[in-house]
Design a binder for this molecule. Structure first.
Ligand SMILES: Cc1cc2nc3c(=O)[nH]c(=O)nc-3n(C[C@H](O)[C@H](O)[C@H](O)COP(=O)(O)O)c2cc1C
Length: 376
């Protein structure tokens, strides 16, 4: 299985309030990258936040040896040829540690960049974008005259497909249009932390779509984790967060998410409806899965809460629903990465990066010796 952690501001013990936030700068990101790399996570998700993901990933690359960089892209904000070139470069420099997370954002956020297309059309545009992307990474020279993009003789100069593998495409989006683009183009379909039952239904829907294109995908989920030695201690930690979720923070978040056109967000909001019940366990929407975080945070709003055994049991419930990739986070990112990394990760069968041997292996040296001997 793949287990990734999260790499994005804001962070802190209670990041929705100023006194609970931590300064997230390059020095702190370096600490996160070193921790994830050494603890043995498969990689980290670089989500589109305050810092640019490409600059951030490039800045952290040389501090890491084996973690993968799952870098979010919004199709259409950068010309496909340029973005493919950026990806090929990072893929070469990282020795195949780049993963791309294709996300379609929402109208409000994209409007700031000048993209005013309505929701469903964004996916039509993404479809065309990804067609060009695949051809570039297949090493083709691409002259494309489509509805949204034009290229004349586009070609990646780097040896993609030879010594540089195309970076795998991952994807987040829950609308019908999103499922169709995922089924057609990507390798791994991601969902925010819905219940194992809901994920099972989503996996079945994406599988059915993918079968129409003769394809099969892998599946992943994005969740928070609150792990402590016992279930009671974990729920105490959740309770500590809950107490600090004040009315103002909840109202501000609900205002923010109510303006979105994201189906994925609506599905997350439905888990709590913007209401804070007296008892935090009323937001336990499936065994050990708590929807409280979504009250103050847009996007992924659920956490697995419990002891290491409980957390592993819950991960297993998702695996039974077809999920083999877990993108996790906690508050603060660094401390919870250590807790999970020391209490749970060693008990999981985690996939880690093995760098491709591009230069010398003993056998290439022997072969060279032999051919020199033959030549002389
Ligand atoms: C795991 C995951 C990660 C995501 N990361 C981002 C991100 O970094 N930036 C972003 O704008 N949206 C991100 N999204 C949100 C998608 O863009 C979102 O699902 C989209 O806004 C709405 O699509 P939909 O209406 O098809 O659900 C992510 C979604 C998932 C499931």
């Amino acid at each position: 299985m793949n287990v990734l952690w999260y790499m994005c501001a804001p962070d802190g013990a209670y990041p929705w309030q100023p006194e609970g936030s931590r300064k997230v700068d390059l020095g702190y990101y370096k600490q996160l990258a070193l921790a994830y790399d050494q603890l043995g996570y498969t990689g980290a998700l670089f989500a589109t936040g305050a810092h640019d993901v490409w600059v951030l990933a490039s800045a952290l690359l040389s501090y890491t040896e084996r973690m993968k960089f799952l870098v979010a892209i919004h199709p259409g904000l950068v010309a496909p040829t340029l973005l493919a070139k950026m990806a090929a470069t990072l893929q070469e420099f990282s020795r195949d540690r780049l993963l791309i997370n294709v996300v379609s954002g929402d109208a409000k956020m994209l409007g700031a960049y000048g993209m005013t297309m309505p929701h469903d059309e964004r996916y039509d545009m993404a479809d065309e974008y990804l067609q060009i992307w695949h051809r570039l990474f297949a090493g083709e020279t691409v002259s494309h005259h489509g509805k949204y993009f034009q290229t004349e003789g586009a070609k990646l100069a780097l040896p993609v497909g030879e010594t540089i593998a195309p970076p795998p495409l991952w994807f987040g989006g829950s609308s019908d249009k999103a499922l169709d683009v995922a089924a057609k183009h990507v390798q791994t379909y991601l969902s925010w932390g819905e219940t194992p039952e809901q994920i099972g239904a989503k996996v079945a829907a994406v599988k059915a779509k993918a079968a129409e294109y003769g394809r099969s995908l892998d599946y992943g989920i994005r969740l928070y984790v609150i792990v402590r030695d016992t279930d009671a201690e974990a729920w105490d930690a959740a309770s500590d967060l809950y107490k600090r979720m004040d009315e103002r923070a909840i109202a501000a978040n609900q205002r923010f998410v109510s303006k979105t056109d994201s189906v994925g967000q609506s599905r997350m909001t439905a888990m709590h409806g913007g209401q804070k019940p007296e008892n935090l366990r009323d937001l336990e929407i499936a065994p050990n899965l708590w929807a409280g975080i979504g009250l103050v945070r847009p996007g992924p709003g659920t956490a697995i809460v419990g002891s290491p055994d409980t957390v592993i049991r819950t991960l297993e419930a998702y695996r039974k629903a077809g999920v083999e990739t877990f993108i996790l986070s906690g508050m603060p990112l660094l401390e919870e990465a250590f807790r999970f990394g020391e209490k749970v990760l060693p008990r999981l069968d985690v996939t880690r990066h093995v760098a491709p041997a591009r230069n010398y292996t003993w056998s290439t040296l022997f072969d060279r010796d032999l051919s020199n001997a033959k030549a002389s």
